[in-house]
Design a protein around this ligand. Structure first.
Ligand code: PMP
Length: 391
């Protein structure tokens, strides 16, 4: 059996991380994987999460099986977090706890394959490295559309031109905020145009929101999703708690379907549950229980998240200021208006390799770097190295 397996090379991100770990240079810098790091280079556990875990350990509740949709209180709180407290759309939403944002994407992929087997899923170019593999693994066609910066938002005309072949029932995957890898987010006007495009072409948006709270704030970052939900009968959403609660390895997320009316919700939920059932049965309880306590201390959570967001944003500003002051090409200044952890440096794969080989600075060959992986103290050295390889 095993000799029939395809021969695979290492995953580009995790393969590069292994290379980084094997690099003996003490001054090496890891800008590869999308995790938040503080000034000491650690990915901290939020205090609000530590307190939640202490509370859970003290009560040591039962580990008996939970319902197929996971933790019902978590599902309700996530729906409110995404759609807004008191939103009328809450009545039309079916939400199920998933194994991280990745689990939500795959569950929705399986759901689309079940409901609309011939649908093409349109993903952004550049885009998240795992989108295509996830939807192809669900048996769906995947094609790309252009995602480029224009003024304060994206070039919607270019995007729509590259969607010329989209058919009714196709799925348009959009990053809800903090686009990975480009950091380029739609403006409010762009979201209105995206909604109009979906309505006109009968295309269903799937919002992948893995960085809620990392752009402008918890409510602000959900504005695009909420706009689409108000404007359209059907919106799919894959949300992750990995970054905004720092629960990366606990694997917590949610798949939400905002349906045309509440009458279809029970059957929609049963179908989602059934897809989970044949895969992992039910999602893990621990992280959802932690998240419920975090939701009950929302002010504390929002304050910790704001500190993280502000740190990344100030790193971004200092990085751009430093690049400007030492004469880096003007194209680097586009990084200023990007949102979230990522940006694509305007460097070629060969220049990215030189950054690694000559300076021990590790980013993807595509130019993607995790700004949150920079320490303020490293910025002068990194900017200097960039100017050298860009020359
Ligand atoms: N979508 C995007 C755009 C992401 O960047 C990520 C994580 N890097 C995910 C989904 C998956 O998140 P999770 O780790 O919760 O599975």
């Amino acid at each position: 059996m095993l000799h029939h397996l395809p021969i695979l090379s290492p995953d580009p991100i995790w393969g590069l991380t292994a290379e980084f770990q094997a690099d003996p240079r003490p001054e090496k810098i890891d800008l590869i994987v999308g995790v938040y790091r503080d000034e000491t280079g650690q990915t901290p556990t939020l205090n609000v999460v530590k307190e939640a875990e202490r509370q859970l350990a003290a009560t040591a509740g039962s580990k008996a099986y939970r319902p197929l949709a996971g933790n019902a209180a978590f599902n309700a709180s996530m729906t409110r977090l995404l759609l807004g407290d008191g939103a009328s759309s809450l009545e039309r939403a079916a939400t199920i706890q998933t194994v991280g944002g990745t689990g939500a994407l795959r569950l929705l992929g399986d759901f689309i394959k079940l409901a609309q087997p011939e649908a093409t899923v349109w993903t952004t170019d550049p885009g998240y490295i795992n989108h295509r593999p996830i939807f192809e693994a669900a048996g769906l066609h995947v094609r790309d559309y252009h995602w480029r910066q224009q003024a304060e938002g994206i070039d919607v005309e270019l995007a729509f031109n590259s969607l010329a072949d989209a058919r009714p029932g196709d799925v348009l995957l959009i990053h809800g905020c903090c686009h990975n890898p480009s950091g380029i987010d739609p403006s409010a006007e762009d979201w209105a145009e995206i909604a109009a495009f979906c309505a006109k072409r009968d295309v269903v948006p799937l919002i992948d929101i893995a960085y809620l709270g990392f752009g402008l704030g918890l409510d602000e970052d959900a504005a695009g999703l909420r706009h689409l939900v108000e404007a359209l009968p059907l919106v799919l959403c894959a949300a992750s708690c990995s970054k905004n609660m720092g629960l990366y390895c606990d694997r917590l997320g949610a798949a939400m379907i905002v349906a045309p009316n509440s009458g279809v919700l029970a059957n929609t939920t049963r179908n989602l549950e059934n897809l989970g059932r044949t895969n992992y049965s039910m999602p893990p309880e621990h992280a959802a229980a932690v998240a419920n306590i975090v939701f009950s201390a929302k002010d504390q959570w929002a304050a910790e998240l704001a500190a993280i967001r502000n740190r990344v944003s100030s790193l971004r500003t200092t990085f751009c200021d430093t690049l400007e002051s030492i004469g880096a090409p003007a194209s680097f200044q586009a990084l200023r208006q990007h949102k979230g952890m990522f940006s694509i440096l305007p460097l070629s794969p060969a220049q990215m390799q030189r950054l690694r080989a000559e300076h021990g600075i590790y980013g993807s060959n595509t130019g993607r770097v995790n700004i949150a992986g920079l320490r303020a103290a490293d910025i002068p050295m990194v900017a200097d190295a960039i100017v050298k390889v860009a020359a």
